[in-house]
Design a protein around this ligand. Structure first.
Ligand code: ATR
Length: 276
């Protein structure tokens, strides 16, 4: 039996052990998956102790994704682009860091919600770690128009510059800046990657950006729809929270560790019913 865990602070409420235990049952992989609480100033030491105890991989959550990025000896291209790591794998030649959050988002939107990003007009709200991790996986779906806006406009502009080359290679139109650059025409997909939902705040966004053909996606999730989701629904949009993204990023991490791809639909349904 190989040992894995999710590391964070706090960690008690993480759903990752449930998800990965289901994945293991489903695929027949012999793994054990735990929760690992690290002191805020003790991430690297806690990781080293886990490796010494035979640990094979970690999921990394708040507030350690940047430290995990710094700790990795090798990085996947998507982790490099995100500047953050949510998946560590301990190999014979060192620590491999990956980031599965962005593909988790894309997988949920395309596979579960059945909205194609290729050819879509996409609006990304926010320019923090969560937003940055989504950019490359969205661009890699092929030609699209992606607009990134943020309350602090310079941070969105920095992302537009950082990903300009990747956008050109993918044939995507990439733009962004202040919320005032949002077009008053319904987008196909609007992703809320701001931390606004934590404080029940809706990020600034032209109401005309939402229409009946819009998927309004919040990376957050909970027992109730977020204020962003309620706002979008009132404007006629289709809505989703980020629970599917959580399950899809876990499935991708499982693949990174085991080379086996679990099915996510049943686990997502089970988590949904657990949320109440
Ligand atoms: P995360 O890792 O969750 O992305 P972060 O890196 O701290 O966290 O980024 C938080 C993002 O949410 C930022 O884009 C932030 O905007 P600023 O760059 O202007 O701070 C955004 N954000 C947080 N609260 C917000 C609010 N009430 N309205 C709009 N944007 C908000």
């Amino acid at each position: 039996t190989d040992l894995y865990a999710v590391i964070g602070n706090p960690i008690a409420h993480s759903k990752s052990p449930v998800i990965h235990t289901r994945f293991a049952e489903q695929t027949g992989e012999r793994i054990e998956y735990r929760r690992l609480l690290a002191p805020v100033d003790g991430f690297a030491d806690t990781v080293r102790a886990f490796v010494a105890a035979g640990g094979r991989g970690l999921n990394v959550t708040v507030p350690f994704k940047l430290e995990a990025y710094a700790l990795a000896d090798r990085l996947s291209p998507r982790a490099s682009a995100a500047g953050a790591v949510n998946t560590l794998r301990f190999d014979a030649d060192g620590i491999y860091g990956d980031n599965t959050d962005g593909v988790g988002l894309v997988g949920d939107i395309e596979t579960n919600l059945r909205v194609e990003l290729n050819g879509a007009r996409v609006l990304l709200l926010g320019a923090g770690g969560a937003a940055r991790g989504a950019v490359l996986p969205v661009l890699e779906r092929g030609p699209c128009a992606l607009t990134i806006v943020n309350r602090t406009a310079e941070k969105a502009q920095t992302l537009v510059e950082q990903f300009a080359q990747a956008a050109r290679e993918a044939g995507c139109a990439l733009s962004g800046g202040a919320p005032s650059t949002i077009e008053p025409i319904p987008y196909d997909v609007i992703v809320n990657a701001t931390a606004g939902s934590l404080t029940a705040e809706v990020p600034e966004c032209d109401e005309r950006a939402f229409g009946p053909g819009t998927l309004a996606y919040d990376m957050m999730y909970g027992a109730q729809p977020t204020v962003f989701m309620r706002h979008a629904q009132a404007l006629g949009a289709r809505i989703s929270d980020g629970l599917g993204m959580l399950v899809e990023q876990a499935a991708e991490s499982f693949w990174v560790w085991r080379g086996v791809r679990p099915a996510s639909a049943q686990v997502l349904a089970e988590l949904r019913s657990m949320l109440g």
